[in-house]
Design a protein around this ligand. Structure first.
Ligand code: NDP
Length: 257
């Protein structure tokens, strides 16, 4: 039996938005640490392809896929109940799914503001609430909310995202305020600028790339692998007395002006 405080063998983890991007890498990190993982997204075909790929790497019995829309309350309630009854008691929730929408505030439609808030903030409350209802009863559980440097800093054209991520930082504190006494640890990881398929055009943009490398003390973009260690730590017994914190994984960007 492992004595490592980072070992997740036997734990069940749900990572929202793990059909691609950062969530997919975070799910792989948790699986590598020994967890059984529930992959998630809305598109059932993309999800099934990832389930098959993960099952090949980590074993058929340790990988599940449950599609649902995190902005729809009844879908969230049904899916979370179904995970608990069909798969097992959830030990780890990573609220990762998110959307971006770039437009100046004066041109921002209420519908787009609401969609960004619903996906990046309200959904973390909804999925977190359903997970915590079970975790609180059992006296343990780990929730990791995925923020961004916009938890703390603004940039033009992403006002709704900034408001949502700032709210997510304080929601993390609110969850810890109520649930820490029941044995839960609730924290957030706030990634800096991460080189992914989605940000490849920004990496290829010479001026933007130079700004990122100049503005970041580590002088480079982050990678999805830079995020798996911190998230796995916050999902593991190694972080048993860490609560309500937002850990910036940004190469030092938010530490300097
Ligand atoms: P992607 O767009 O690559 O992936 C988003 C994931 O969320 C997909 O699996 C998508 O699946 C799912 N999703 C989106 N909306 C919903 C919904 N309503 N219900 C269920 N699932 C949904 O995102 P990233 O990997 O880039 O970002 C992941 C997180 O990291 C976000 O919270 C983002 O804010 C944060 N982040 C990203 C950074 C970056 O550089 N990329 C930097 C800092 C933070 P489907 O479309 O099938 O529903």
């Amino acid at each position: 039996m492992s004595t490592s405080p980072f070992d997740l063998t036997g734990a069940l983890a749900l990572v929202t938005g793990s059909s691609r991007g950062i969530g997919n890498a975070l799910a792989a990190g948790l699986a590598q640490a020994g967890a059984t993982v529930v992959l998630h997204g809305r598109d059932p075909y993309a999800l099934e392809a990832q389930r098959e790929d993960f099952a090949g790497r980590y074993g058929e019995d340790r990988i599940w896929a449950v599609p649902f829309d995190i902005t729809d309350e009844s879908s969230v309630v049904d899916a979370m109940d179904s995970i608990e009854s069909r798969i097992g008691p959830l030990d780890i929730l990573v609220n990762n799914a998110g959307v971006q929408h770039r437009v100046p505030l004066v041109d921002l439609a209420l519908e787009d503001w609401s969609r960004v808030l619903a996906t990046n903030l309200t959904a973390a409350f909804l999925v977190g609430r359903e997970a915590a209802r079970h975790m609180v009863q059992r006296g343990h559980g780990k929730i990791v909310n995925i923020g961004s440097v916009q938890c703390d800093l603004a940039r033009p054209t992403i006002g709704a995202y900034t408001a949502a991520k700032g709210g997510l930082r304080n929601l993390t504190r609110a969850m810890a305020a109520e649930w820490a006494q029941h044995g839960l640890q609730v924290n957030a990881v706030a990634p800096g600028y991460i080189h992914t398929e989605m940000t490849q055009p920004l990496v290829d943009d010479e001026a933007f790339n130079a700004w990122i490398c100049g503005r970041t003390p580590a002088a480079r973009w982050g990678t999805v692998e830079d995020l798996t260690g911190p998230v796995t730590w916050l999902a593991s017994p190694a972080s048993a007395f860490v609560n309500g914190q937002t850990i910036f994984v940004d190469g030092g960007m938010t530490a300097v002006v």
